[in-house]
Write a protein that binds this ligand. Structure first.
Ligand SMILES: NC(=O)c1ccc[n+]([C@@H]2O[C@H](COP(=O)([O-])OP(=O)(O)OC[C@H]3O[C@@H](n4cnc5c(N)ncnc54)[C@H](OP(=O)(O)O)[C@@H]3O)[C@@H](O)[C@H]2O)c1
Length: 246
């Protein structure tokens, strides 16, 4: 395909934020095969209602922004006609918002991604594989006397605690959210460490995000893969997008 030829449209919500502005910059600096529109908060609903061709929504606002978008589509079902799906990258969703997302997913593909980094996606799958299979590695660790803990460190501006990624990793590793230690320090991009320790030894899985741009690149790669496929209404996670058709 001609590198300038665009095969789809994306409306980016939250483009003035830390993550959204990186996604916008990355999409402008590299030849992604889709057109990214980045309306401001006040122009967003107008852009959505005026859209004529099919499009995807990439939401990297805050939970309240996600909720107002979800409410908008629940209350205006006709507006979903040309919407191919929604990728939600905000974190810290309330139970009420999760219920609304569930409701909207009955008629729209909803891809929920608490961390766009490809490394975190891989780590989640490694952890899930260690409890899903017949040979349960986590049970083995427990029976050997290892205690588990999860520590996450982020920048001081981060609003939710524990982080969405820590919740996903804790879920995958069967650790309760109350046992997650959350630290907020300086400008740390993101550090998640799952530790199994017993007297005299320690085993750990760690993901360190050194550069915030990995989230922008990961989000656009996910979009590119999602736009190559058709999704039925439902809730999806990033591995469903990357592993589909493989
Ligand atoms: N999935 C991932 O990989 C990943 C990575 C990093 C962060 N996150 C999450 O992504 C979200 C954004 O993070 P950030 O650091 O970019 O936050 P941020 O810098 O505070 O930016 C928030 C963005 O959301 C917009 N916004 C806020 N409230 C809104 C509302 N009610 N309606 C519409 N738009 C609204 C803001 O617009 P205004 O400029 O108009 O206020 C701004 O563009 C957070 O939930 C964060 O935890 C996810």
């Amino acid at each position: 395909m001609d590198q300038n030829q665009k095969s789809g449209t994306v409306i980016l919500c939250g483009s003035s934020g830390r993550l959204g502005s990186l996604i916008l910059k990355e999409s402008q600096n590299h030849p992604y095969p889709f057109q990214v529109y980045a309306p401001s908060r006040s122009e967003l609903l107008e852009k959505i209602t005026q859209q004529k061709d099919s499009y995807w929504l990439l939401d990297v606002t805050l939970p309240e922004g996600t909720e107002s978008l979800v409410d908008f589509f629940l209350q205006n079902p006709l507006q979903k006609k040309i919407l191919k799906g929604m990728i939600i990258g905000s974190t810290g969703h309330s139970d009420i918002l999760l219920q609304k997302i569930q409701k909207l997913s009955e008629s729209l593909p909803m891809i929920i991604v608490s961390n766009f980094s490809l490394g975190v996606m891989a780590l989640q799958e490694i952890l899930k594989a260690s409890i899903d299979k017949d040979f349960k590695v986590i049970d083995l660790l427990k029976s050997l006397g290892f205690l588990s803990s999860l520590v996450e460190v982020h920048h001081i501006h981060k609003k939710d605690k524990p982080s969405g990624t820590a919740k996903s990793l804790a879920h995958a590793a069967q650790i309760s959210f109350e046992d997650v230690v959350s630290l907020r320090e300086g400008e740390v991009v993101g550090d998640h460490k799952l530790i199994y320790s017993r007297e005299g030894e320690e085993l750990s899985f760690q993901h360190v995000a050194h550069d915030r741009n990995i989230f922008a690149k990961g989000a656009l790669k996910l979009l590119e893969r999602a736009m190559e496929q058709e999704f039925k209404p439902g809730i999806y996670e990033s591995k469903d997008v990357f592993l589909k058709n493989n």
